[in-house]
Ligand binder design. Structure first.
Ligand SMILES: O=C(CO)COP(=O)(O)O
Length: 141
């Protein structure tokens, strides 16, 4: 069972909901997290149970980032809006930076999300379920 987070900006929420509906059978059985509104939208459209953090502008990206910092998050689907400025841009950058620090797979557009969910379905993420000492991290820091 992996820890997976869903995050989407407003103009990407329909895309996110349709994506999760299509792959609900893959996501069920994992532990799911989201920012506030994204999670509400997904739960209204699926039977998935999702732990919702704050809405992004209120700190949700940072709450998910805290789990990433602990290397507790295994996969993030973050459908960003590349054409609209966000008031919490620093939080978004910080979350993506932490994903790079820890080596966490993160999809920021639907094409990458499709590839990662198919990899998840195929079992390619099994390495994330191994003990901490096999996870890439910041041990050299
Ligand atoms: O703003 C977000 C991510 O940066 C998403 O927050 P919501 O899911 O609450 O809309």
């Amino acid at each position: 069972m992996l820890n997976i987070a869903f995050i989407s900006h407003d103009r990407k929420k329909d895309e996110m909901v349709n994506f999760v509906i299509a792959y609900e059978y893959v996501f069920q059985g994992h532990t799911l997290y989201s920012t506030g509104t994204t999670g509400s939208r997904i739960m209204a459209a699926t039977s998935l149970d999702i732990h919702r953090f704050q809405s992004g502008p209120l700190g949700g990206d940072q709450q998910i980032g805290a789990l990433v910092a602990e290397n507790e998050m295994d996969l993030i689907i973050f459908l960003r809006d590349p054409l609209m400025a966000q008031p919490h841009e620093p939080d978004i950058i910080a979350l993506l930076r932490l994903c790079d620090v820890q080596g966490i797979p993160v999809a920021t557009n639907i094409a990458t999300a499709e590839l990662l969910v198919r990899a998840l379905e195929r079992g390619d993420f099994a390495w994330r379920e191994l003990t901490d000492k096999y996870k890439p991290g910041v041990d050299e820091a």
